[in-house]
Design a protein around this ligand. Structure first.
Ligand SMILES: NC(=O)c1ccc[n+]([C@@H]2O[C@H](COP(=O)([O-])OP(=O)(O)OC[C@H]3O[C@@H](n4cnc5c(N)ncnc54)[C@H](OP(=O)(O)O)[C@@H]3O)[C@@H](O)[C@H]2O)c1
Length: 306
């Protein structure tokens, strides 16, 4: 398939582009910068320079293109989101960005649209009832400061599922890790990533595994379906202590939850409130996908050896 990929130059995009090309697909990456476009071309993709939030510029840039599928892998997280306001631009990319990309899809003749979502949309709380599957309520307001994030996730999913003539698929990824080892090492060395004593777990997925699930969803995903894409869950503390060991960095500071909430309001919401396991049975059954790195130990060992 020929894929118009927004976010091709991002961390997930960098894992995804080579996997799409290796599977025989053609990639037209969208980026805002010419140097990123040149890097995409050097990797064997085509590239378009456009800001996805500028509807008219985007539509002008894709005019004359043809594609079978459009993919939204956009975020604005190049600095870690420490406060709720840091998610504002990512929320816009999920709401307006998806709308603009779906208009672009119609212009280039694409019939399939995939969008990036995240399992945190199941809610920032303890999920007592065992692994959560894709039929559970998603993106529902919780009367918490994270509600705009939920609204944006619900919006991008709803848009791809409800656009006439489009086969929409949502990828509800776990927390990515793996390809950002150097950045992680830098932050751990500076003691910038404290953890709490909360033992709740969150779903995680190595970037390479997230990319392989995405290729499988492009090829075999059932229209109208969301897919949980995650490996074994881990507590933040276990995840970051494992990363520190693998990367030769000092163990993270352990702070009480109340102090973490003051220091890092948004991540603290995840690190002191959430206990979530997800079922990936649907991805295994319909996509034939299982992770290459089932645990953070295996994933960080691979990342450290890179
Ligand atoms: N599930 C998760 O845990 C999750 C999800 C997403 C990201 N993250 C993490 O967040 C960190 C940063 O992500 P990242 O490195 O991918 O960087 P990023 O700064 O979030 O950029 C992501 C992609 O979005 C594109 N983009 C952003 N705004 C755009 C716009 N207005 N128009 C067109 N393209 C736009 C960027 O392209 P250009 O800059 O080239 O224009 C880039 O390709 C990574 O550690 C990643 O793992 C985690």
């Amino acid at each position: 398939m020929r894929v118009l990929l927004a976010g091709a130059s991002g961390t997930l995009g960098r894992a995804l582009v080579p996997q799409l090309l290796a599977a025989g697909h053609e990639v037209v990456g969208i980026t805002r910068s010419k140097p990123s476009a040149d890097r995409l071309r050097a990797r064997g993709a085509e590239a378009i320079v456009a800001d996805v939030l500028d509807r008219d510029a985007l539509l002008a840039a894709v005019r004359g293109q043809r594609a079978d599928a459009v993919m939204n892998q956009l975020t604005a997280l190049s600095t870690p989101p420490l406060r709720y306001e840091s998610m504002r631009m990512t929320n816009r990319l999920r709401e307006e960005g998806t709308a603009n990309l779906l208009e672009a899809a119609s212009l280039v003749g694409a019939r399939r649209a995939l969008t990036q979502s995240i399992v945190f949309g199941y809610g920032y709380r303890r999920h007592h009832s065992g692994p959560v599957d894709e039929t559970a309520p998603f993106g529902v307001p919780e009367q918490l400061p994270v509600d705009p994030i939920h609204a944006a996730l619900a919006s991008t999913e709803r848009q791809v599922f409800s656009t006439p003539g489009i086969e929409g698929i949502a990828l509800r990824y776990g927390l990515f890790y793996g390809l950002d080892g150097r950045e992680m090492q830098r932050m751990l060395r500076r003691r910038m990533l404290p953890v709490s004593t909360w033992e709740g777990v969150v779903p995680l997925v190595h970037h390479e595994d997230a990319a392989s699930a995405t290729v499988a969803a492009l090829e075999r995903g059932v229209p109208g379906h969301a897919y949980n894409v995650a490996a074994a869950p881990a507590s933040w503390r276990h995840h970051l202590e494992t990363a520190a060991r693998a990367l030769g960095a000092p163990a993270p500071l352990v702070l009480p939850p109340w102090l973490l909430r003051i220091a890092l309001p948004y991540p603290a919401e995840l690190m002191t409130r959430m206990d979530l396991r997800v079922s990936t049975e649907r991805a295994a059954r319909e996509l034939g996908w299982t992770p290459r790195y089932p645990t953070v130990e295996e994933g960080w060992a691979a990342a450290a050896g890179r």
